[in-house]
Design a protein. Structure first.
Length: 300
């Protein structure tokens, strides 16, 4: 349900990806055969490796290309089929790697913001807001429209209610300075603003209607936003790994989970142990020095 097409292939030429795939009945969204539990079950069956978290963690070009090869383009441009293209011919999409990097940064910042709104400090949440607007304000490739312009304009209007009088380039500093109830309210507003631009579709299914992500030949960005929407509405936690050198995003699968893998958990425990032992050893050395100093003074 969350795949763009079958038999996906990716060819890279410079900073452009040429993505091909074949549509089948399973990827065209036959709603009449879908039940609401099926959709939620498919999402849960991904385990901790849910697609939108994988996208947020795809920090290199190689990671991004591997993601596209597995799930399809994110937000590319559909290439029109030729006049002699047979029915059922593969669909083709071109996707800019620079645009893909930008989409990834925006999406990762939103997932991190969600984690900080639910469990972080005011400073964490404010920095999450700053990271989001910083990603939105990244320069676009030459000749490409600035796709986040409406989003930034709405944030500017909203910020005026908090006394902000600056321009777009000053918005990041203003957001990083928010504290208290205002930073939480503003953070949830940002998530609401983003998700409103990707409304789900209602499709007929057995026993009624269900919500599904919009199907776009150009890419799966609506499906990724649909997963984020479910995280927000269902209370599903997406957290940042507590291992300080990892900091990857992961879906929480059990109460109190702080690390993305058992390896990260063990590594952090080892570091905490040696840090604690180091403090104890320093305290013993200081106590020993004080004792020796006292003995010397008493001797004299």
């Amino acid at each position: 349900m969350f795949r763009w097409a079958d038999r996906i292939t990716v060819r890279r030429e410079g900073d452009t990806l040429y993505v091909r795939g074949h549509k089948s009945g399973a990827t065209e969204g036959g709603g009449a055969e879908v039940k609401a539990p099926d959709l939620l079950r498919e999402y849960r069956n991904f385990g901790s490796e849910v697609p939108h978290v994988q996208f947020g963690n795809a920090g290199t070009d190689e990671d991004l290309i591997a993601f596209v090869r597995r799930y399809g383009p994110v937000n590319g441009k559909r290439q029109a089929p030729g006049p002699l293209a047979p029915r059922g011919a593969p669909i083709e999409v071109t996707e800019s790697l620079e645009r893909l990097r930008r989409e990834r940064l925006i999406f990762a910042s939103v997932l991190q913001l969600l984690d900080r709104l639910r469990g972080g400090t005011d400073t964490d949440a404010a920095n999450g807001l700053g990271d989001f607007i910083s990603a939105c304000l990244r320069p676009t490739p030459d000749g490409e429209a600035w796709p986040e312009v409406d989003r930034v304009l709405q944030l500017l209007i909203h910020a005026k209610g908090y006394g902000f009088l600056g321009e777009a380039r000053e918005l990041e500093g203003f957001l990083r300075g928010l504290r208290g109830a205002s930073v939480r309210e503003y953070g949830w507003y940002v998530l609401c603003l983003l998700l409103r631009t990707f409304p789900p579709e209602l499709v007929p299914a057995k026993r009624g209607l269900i919500e599904m992500p919009e199907r776009r030949d150009a890419g799966i960005l609506p499906a990724l936003m649909f997963m984020l929407r479910r995280d927000c509405l269902d209370g599903q936690e997406i957290r940042i790994c507590g291992q300080r050198e990892c900091r990857k995003l992961f879906k929480v699968e059990r109460g109190g989970q702080r690390f993305c893998t058992a390896e990260c958990s063990q590594l952090q425990r080892q570091r905490d142990y040696w840090r604690r032992k180091g403090k104890e050893a320093r305290a013993l050395r200081m106590a020993s020095k004080r004792k020796k100093g006292g003995l010397k003074r008493g001797t004299v």
